[in-house]
Design a protein around this ligand. Structure first.
Ligand SMILES: [Zn+2]
Length: 205
C-alpha cells in the first residue's frame, strides 16, 4: 500500500493502544509514525518516488508533533549525563543505525520487512527509550500486515522466500478504503482520548 495509508493505519493503531494521557499520546504519535514507515526505508536507496517523499514528510511531521508535546521528557533520554550514566544506550543507538543502514540497502520488501528486523529494531528501541517501543512495534506490525494483503511477496520470514495473500493492488481501492478508515480512526481516537484525559483532569481538580 501507499505511504500515507501505512502512516494513517499505524498511527491509529498506536493511538488506540495509548493510555489517555498527553504523555501516552505523544509517545504513540512518535512510535506509531516511525514504526509504520520504517520498513519502507528500503525504497529510499533508489530514486525516491513522490509517494516516498510525501510519506517521509508526513511521518516526520507526526513524529515531531508528538515530540514537541513531550520534548522535555524525551530529551531526558538523550541528555549527556544520562547517556554517560548508561553508556550502553549509545551502543544500542549505534546498533540501530547499523540495522537501518543494512535495511536501506536491501531489496524492496526484503530484510526491512522481516520479523527479524521487527524484533531487532523493537528490542533496540526498547533499550533506548522504552515508552516509545510498544507503539513503534504496533506501527511496524500494521505495516507488515497491510503489505501481506498485496500482490507483491513480502520476505517476512527472511532469509526465506517472500509470501503474500495477493488480494489487492498497492494503489487500488483497498488502499483508499484503508487510508480513509485510518484517518477517520485517528481523528476519532484523538477526540475520544483527549476527552477522556480532560475528564480525568476535571475529576482531579
Ligand atoms: Zn512496505
Amino acid at each position: 500500500m501507499m505511504s500515507k495509508t501505512h502512516i494513517a493505519v499505524g498511527v491509529a493503531a498506536a493511538l488506540a493502544a495509548a493510555p489517555a494521557s498527553t504523555e501516552g499520546l505523544s509517545y504513540a504519535l512518535m512510535g506509531g509514525a516511525a514504526g509504520s514507515l520504517i520498513c519502507d526505508i528500503d525504497r529510499s536507496s533508489e530514486r525516491p518516488s513522490r509517494d516516498v517523499k510525501q510519506g517521509w514528510a508526513i511521518a516526520f511531521t507526526v513524529f515531531f508533533a508528538g515530540f514537541m508535546h513531550k520534548s522535555y521528557a524525551y530529551w531526558q533520554t538523550f541528555k549527556a549525563e544520562n547517556l554517560l550514566e548508561n553508556p550502553l544506550r549509545l551502543v544500542y543507538l549505534g546498533l540501530l543505525i547499523v540495522l537501518f543502514l543494512i535495511a536501506i540497502n536491501g531489496a524492496h520488501r526484503g530484510f526491512s520487512h522481516s520479523l527479524l528486523m521487527f524484533a531487532a529494531s523493537s528490542v533496540l528501541i526498547f533499550l533506548i527509550n522504552r515508552q516509545t517501543s510498544l507503539f513503534y512495534a504496533i506501527g511496524f506490525l500494521t505495516h507488515l500486515i497491510i503489505d501481506l494483503l498485496n500482490k507483491k511477496p513480502v520476505r517476512i520470514f527472511y532469509p526465506a522466500k517472500g509470501v503474500c495473500l495477493g488480494w489487492f493492488y498497492a494503489d487500488g481501492i483497498a488502499n483508499r478504503v484503508l487510508l480513509l478508515s485510518g484517518c477517520a480512526a485517528c481523528a476519532a481516537l484523538f477526540v475520544i482520548k483527549f476527552q477522556v484525559y480532560g475528564n480525568i483532569l476535571q475529576v482531579i481538580r
